[in-house]
Structures are given as C-alpha cells and as structure tokens.
Design a protein around this ligand. Structure first.
Ligand code: SAM
Ligand code: DTB
Ligand code: SF4
Length: 327
C-alpha cells in the first residue's frame, strides 16, 4: 500500500522554488513543450480532453470589486442581474451539457460568500441533481465556512472552484474587498471537507512574469495539489477596470500552461476563459503544453465561448477526443 502511494506520488513536489519555476517558464519553447509533454504522458492520455460546462446560477450584483469581473456591482457592464435559478432550470442545463459530451457541470454564483437558508438548500439540491445525472458537480460560490463546505460534501459535490487568481503581492492591485488569506482559508475548508480543489488564475491583467511565477508557486505549494488548475486568459469586458488592457501574447498562456503541467503533473490543467481570442493553432499549442480540460458550450458565465460545433471540428482536426467518463 505504501509503495503504491509512493508510485502515484512520484515526481509530485510541493516545494518548487521561484528560481526553478522561472527556469521552467523561460526555457526555450521547444524544451518547455518537450518537458511538459513528457510529464503529461506519464500521468494522462495525450489525446483526451475533459469537457466541462459552466452555468451562471446567480448573475451579477456582486459586492466584491475584482477588477476583471463583469459581475461586480461596482462596474457598469452589460450583465443583466439574475437571482438564483430554480433547480429545474439548472438540471435541464446540466442534462443538455451531458448530452453534448460534458462530464463535469460547474455552477457559478456572483456571491462574496454563500447565503444561508433556502438559497443554500437550493444549491444543495442542484448538486444532488447533477450527481444523479452521472456528472461531476462543481460549484464556485465565493467564500465558504466549515459547515457549508461539509454540507456541500454531503450533497456529493465533486469539486469546488476558488481561484487564487494571481500572486499574493499583486492581489491588492486587482481586488480590495478580500485578502489572499481569505482565499487560502476557503481552499483549506474545501479540502478538509473532502471535496476536490479547483484553483488557478488569470493572465493578462498587467502582471509581469515574476507575478506568474509566484502564483504558480502558491498553487504548487498546496498539498495535495489542486486536482484542477484553470488557467484563464483575461476576457476584457467593457465597463470593467481592465477593459482596456492590451491583449496578452498567446505564447505566454502556452508557457503558463506548460509550467502548471510540469509543476502539478497529476492535475487537470484547464484552458479556461479566453479561448475565443485564440487561434486554433494557439489552442493546439496549449494542448501540447499539457492542457487537458476545457469549458464547452457557447457561454462561460456571462461572456461568449466557442460554439460546440467549432470545438468538435477542432478536436477532430487534432485527432483528440472528449473524455467519456466522469472521475
Ligand atoms: N464569485 C465567485 C468567486 O469569485 O470565487 C465565483 C465566480 S467568479 C466569476 C470565478 C472566477 O472567474 C474568478 O475567480 C476569475 O478567475 C474568473 N473570471 C471572472 N471574470 C473573468 C474574466 N473577465 N476573464 C477571465 N477570468 C475571469
Ligand atoms: C474559472 O477559472 N474560469 C471560469 C470558472 N472558473 C468559474 C469562469 C470564467 C469567467 C469568464 C468571465 C465570464 O464569463 O463572466
Ligand atoms: Fe464577485 Fe466572483 Fe466576480 Fe469577484 S470574481 S466580482 S467575487 S463574481
């Protein structure tokens, strides 16, 4: 038994130094991709992609001030506020997602933290319903306390998404209404409750490479590693403080994904927001760099995502396919 655990854990480290991360991230691209592919193939099938579908179950009017987010009540964006969806509406969307080949259904709410009472009960019913459909259920609802994390675990929640987003030092430039430690505390509660952790970040917010090294260090120091690591390319939304950021070089996303793959070999690395601004070739490079999960369907939470048919054509062309089974 001990031997088995050691072999599964072989090569998995939680003590990557900034110097090591920098030399991985900055390596010549052919070397970086080769190393990422090598690690990838030791832990995953290279031709398989996990398909996840997102649904915004409560939209807009969020009291937080995340500078990238169209759902913050502080910014004037085109997002229409919508209160918590019904269980039926949510499960109908989950059923459609399953029919399209998704194995994970992710429910997002524009909350700072989870309200108690009937709204939370409704979310628990959604989680139970998604699990009954045979899919993995993921939620992203803001900060959680221990009781809420345990209740979500009891309802069968597979994963909780809560992104670190950026480095601790850069965090204050992007969000002032909560701290990095708040974020880490929720992640610890999720882990303690026995729910798998989904946590990643965003590039293209004006951070320099050392900020990304620090984010990668924070994520890879979590023990165990997050089972899912979403890497988002900023979607620049009119009305948010980051709307006028210059577009990020897609090769930086490729490097970020490759570094995440090398540092966290067993995790799903998700090529998340921002795919609409990438060419097919750039997306292919992201898969070569070790991305093995995407969001499917024409909408993320509030912003557009590639159409299902476009993605199917892309996977066909690359000789890749959607993973057939939930974990
Ligand atoms: N309110 C919850 C929270 O912040 O944890 C859950 C929903 S929030 C929209 C989930 C994640 O979406 C954020 O942590 C951020 O990483 C990502 N996100 C939001 N707006 C984005 C944007 N414009 N571009 C890229 N990623 C974005
Ligand atoms: C994650 O890292 N990215 C997703 C999911 N986790 C919740 C959200 C992306 C949101 C992009 C902006 C929007 O559609 O509102
Ligand atoms: Fe609210 Fe989440 Fe958007 Fe921040 S990212 S404003 S917490 S919905």
């Amino acid at each position: 038994m001990v031997l088995m655990i050691m072999s599964v854990e072989a090569g998995v480290r939680h003590d990557w130094t900034l110097d090591e991360i920098e030399s991985i991230y900055r390596a010549p691209l052919p070397d970086l991709i080769f190393r990422a592919q090598t690690v990838h193939r030791e832990h995953h099938r290279a031709d398989e992609v996990q398909g996840c579908v997102l649904l915004s179950i409560k939209t807009g009017g969020c009291p937080e001030d995340c500078a990238y987010c169209p759902q913050s009540a502080r910014y004037h964006t085109e997002v229409q506020r919508r209160e918590l969806l019904s269980v039926d509406e949510t499960l109908a969307a989950a059923g459609r997602a399953r029919d399209q080949g998704a194995t994970r259904f992710c429910m997002g709410a524009a909350w700072r933290d989870v309200p108690g009472g009937p709204q939370f009960e409704r979310v628990l019913a959604m989680v139970r319903g998604v699990r009954e459909l045979g899919m993995e259920a993921c939620c992203t609802l803001g900060m959680l306390n221990d009781t809420q994390a345990e209740a979500l675990a009891g309802a069968g929640l597979s994963a909780y998404n809560h992104n670190l987003d950026t480095s601790p030092e850069f965090y204050g430039e992007i969000i002032s209404t909560r701290t990095y430690d708040d974020r880490l505390l929720t992640l610890a509660r999720v882990r303690r409750a026995g729910i798998t952790v989904c946590s990643g970040g965003i590039i293209g917010m004006g951070e320099d490479r050392p900020v990304r090294y620090r984010l990668l260090q924070q994520l890879s120091s979590l023990d165990p590693h997050p089972e899912s690591v979403p890497v988002n390319l900023l979607v620049r939304v009119e009305g948010t403080p980051l709307a006028d950021r210059p577009p990020e070089d897609p090769l930086e996303l490729v490097r970020m994904i490759a570094a995440a793959r090398i540092l966290m070999p067993a995790s799903f690395v998700r090529l998340s927001a921002g795919r609409l601004s990438l060419s097919q070739e750039a997306q292919a490079l992201c898969f070569l760099a070790g991305a093995n999960s995407v969001f499917l369907g024409d909408k993320l939470l509030t912003t557009p995502n590639p159409e299902m048919d476009t993605d199917r054509a892309l996977f066909d062309k690359l000789g890749m396919r959607l993973r057939a089974h939930a974990v």
